[in-house]
Design a protein around this ligand. Structure first.
Ligand code: HEM
Ligand code: HEM
Length: 417
C-alpha cells in the first residue's frame, strides 16, 4: 500500500493518522467525563481524579500535535473523490462533517490547553512543555470562558462524529460501496481511480460558522459572564460598615481569590459574587481606628478550576448549608506601614479572628487597595478527612484587590454591579 493518497483511496499515512486520532478521541471523551465526575471526598479519590486529568490533558495535547500533522498531510495530498458525486446533498453534508471534524481536532484540545494554562490546574500535563502558554495570562475569567468553550466544542464534536460514523456505516451496509474499505487499514479499495476535485467553499464555511456560533453561545452563557450585583445589593441594603466621621467608599471593581496547594501545585479559585462596604479616613479617631469594613461573599459563586463541584460540597465550602460568608473588621494602621483590617471571618459556620494587612493608595476620590492573608483551613473545620497535607494543603492564601470610589454622603446608595 502506498504512503500517499490517490484520488481513489487513502494512503497508509492518512489511514494511520485517521485511526490514531479516532482512537485517541474515543478514549479522551469518556476519560474527560469520568475525570469531571470523579469524587473528591477522600485523599485517595482526589489523587485518582488528578491522575485521570493528567492522562486526559497529556493525551489531549498529543491529539493537538497529531491533528496539526494530519492537517498538514491532508493539505499536501490528493483527496479520494466521493463515490456518488451525483448525490449532491449527501456529498456536501459529508464534506461539511469532515471540515467540522478537522476544526474540532484543533479547537477541542486547544481550548482545553488554554483553560489549563489560565488556571495552572491541579493536575499537570506530563509533556515537557511547562504548564503555561505564551500569551495566555493566569486569569479566572479566561479559564471559565475556555472551559465553557471546551465543553461546547466537545458536544459539537460528538454530534458531528455521530453523523460521520452513521454515514460510514450507511455506505458500508446500505450502499455496499468502498467508502469504508478505502479508509480501512491495509485493504485494497475496489474503487476506480477518478480525477480529483477541488474543495467546495460552502461546506467549509458552514463548519467554521457552526463552531463560531456555538462558541459565541457558550461564551454568552458562561458562568463568569453574569453581572456581579446580588452581593452588592444585599450589603447595601444592610447599611454596611460605618464609622463616625469617616467617608464611605463604594467598591467599583475588584477580585477576591484564594490559593491552596494540592498535590504540590498551587490551585487558585475565586469568588465571582462579593461586595464590601467601607468607611475610611486617613485621620485615625481617638481609638486609633481609621475605618471599618463589612464584606459579604456569596460562597456559591466560588469556582476552583475542574474541582469546583467538590470544593462546593459539604467537606469544604458547604454552599448548601452556608451560602454566604462575611468578614467584618475595623481598619487600623499596620506596624510596618500600610493598614490592617482586624476582625472576624465567618465561613462555613465557624467564626475565626483574621488580621488582613493591605496596601492602600488614594488618588482624589478613588482608592486602590490590595492585600493577602494566610489562614489555616482546619480552623474552619474544612477538609477534615484530608488530614494529609500533601493532597490538600492546610494553608490557604486569600488575596483581594479592589478599586473604590468615595460616596458623596448618601448612605445606603446601592453600589453598582
Ligand atoms: C470511530 C469511527 C470512525 C469511522 C468508522 C470513520 C470512518 C471514516 C471513513 C470511512 C472515511 C473516508 C470517507 C471517504 O472516503 O469519503 C473517514 C474520513 C475522515 N474521518 Fe473518520 N471515522 C471514524 C472516526 C473519526 C474521528 C474520531 C475523526 C476525527 C475527529 C474522523 C475524522 C475524519 C476526517 C476529517 C475524514 C476526512 C479525511 C479526508 O478526506 O481528508 N473520523 N472516516
Ligand atoms: C481532543 C482532545 C480532547 C477531548 C476529546 C476532550 C474531551 C473532554 C470531555 C468530554 C470533557 C468533559 C466535559 C464536561 O463534562 O464538562 C473534558 C473536560 C476537560 N478537559 Fe478535555 N478533551 C480534550 C483535550 C484536552 C486538553 C488538551 C486539555 C488540557 C491540556 C483538557 C482539559 C480538560 C479539563 C481541565 C476539563 C474539565 C473542564 C471543566 O472543569 O469543565 N482537555 N474534556
Amino acid at each position: 500500500m502506498s504512503a500517499a493518497n490517490t484520488t481513489a483511496t487513502y494512503g497508509s499515512v492518512a489511514k494511520t493518522l485517521h485511526w490514531a486520532t479516532a482512537l485517541l478521541i474515543l478514549t479522551l471523551v469518556p476519560l474527560g467525563f469520568i475525570a469531571v465526575a470523579w469524587p473528591y471526598d477522600t485523599s485517595d479519590s482526589l489523587a485518582t481524579k488528578a491522575l485521570l486529568f493528567s492522562i486526559h490533558k497529556t493525551l489531549g495535547v498529543g491529539v493537538f500535535f497529531l491533528a496539526l500533522a494530519r492537517i498538514a498531510w491532508a493539505l499536501s495530498q490528493p483527496r479520494p473523490v466521493p463515490l456518488h458525486p451525483q448525490r449532491r446533498l449527501e456529498t456536501t453534508l459529508a464534506e461539511g462533517v469532515h471540515w467540522a471534524l478537522y476544526v474540532a481536532l484543533v479547537a477541542v484540545p486547544l481550548t482545553g490547553w488554554v483553560h489549563h494554562a489560565a488556571t495552572t490546574g491541579f493536575a499537570p500535563i506530563w509533556w515537557p512543555l511547562g504548564q503555561t502558554l505564551p500569551f495566555v495570562p493566569q486569569s479566572t475569567a479566561l479559564a471559565e470562558a475556555t472551559a465553557s468553550l471546551h465543553r461546547a466544542f466537545v458536544f459539537l464534536l460528538l454530534a458531528t462524529l455521530a453523523l460521520h460514523v452513521a454515514g460510514a456505516l450507511k455506505h458500508h451496509l446500505v450502499d455496499r460501496d468502498g467508502t469504508l474499505a478505502r479508509m480501512w487499514p491495509g485493504r485494497r479499495a475496489p474503487v476506480p481511480a477518478a480525477p480529483g476535485r477541488r474543495h467546495a467553499p460552502a461546506p467549509a464555511a458552514a463548519a467554521f460558522g457552526i463552531y463560531a456560533l456555538v462558541g459565541a453561545v457558550a461564551l454568552l452563557t458562561a458562568p463568569g459572564a453574569e453581572p456581579r450585583s446580588v452581593a452588592a445589593t444585599a450589603i447595601a441594603a444592610e447599611g454596611g460598615a460605618t464609622l463616625e466621621g469617616a467617608a464611605r467608599w463604594r467598591v467599583e471593581s475588584g477580585s477576591l481569590g484564594f490559593t491552596v496547594r494540592s498535590l504540590g501545585n498551587p490551585v487558585t479559585g475565586r469568588f465571582a459574587e462579593w461586595s464590601a462596604q467601607i468607611a475610611f479616613d486617613e485621620e485615625a479617631d481617638a481609638d486609633g481606628r481609621h475605618g471599618a469594613v463589612e464584606v459579604l461573599i456569596l460562597v456559591e459563586s466560588m469556582s476552583l478550576g475542574s474541582v469546583t463541584a467538590q470544593a462546593r460540597g459539604p467537606e469544604f465550602f458547604a454552599v448548601e448549608t452556608h451560602p454566604t460568608a462575611r468578614f467584618g473588621a475595623e481598619i487600623v494602621a499596620a506596624e510596618g506601614g500600610g493598614y490592617e483590617a482586624r476582625g472576624t471571618l465567618d465561613l462555613v459556620g465557624a467564626s475565626v479572628p483574621v488580621s488582613l494587612p493591605f496596601t492602600l493608595a488614594i488618588d482624589g476620590d478613588t482608592a486602590r487597595a490590595a492585600g493577602t492573608v494566610t489562614v489555616d483551613r482546619r480552623a474552619f473545620g474544612m477538609g477534615q478527612s484530608y488530614s494529609d497535607e500533601t493532597t490538600v494543603g492546610f494553608a490557604v492564601e486569600i488575596a483581594f484587590e479592589l478599586e473604590a470610589r468615595r460616596e458623596d454622603g448618601a448612605p445606603g446608595a446601592g453600589p453598582r454591579s
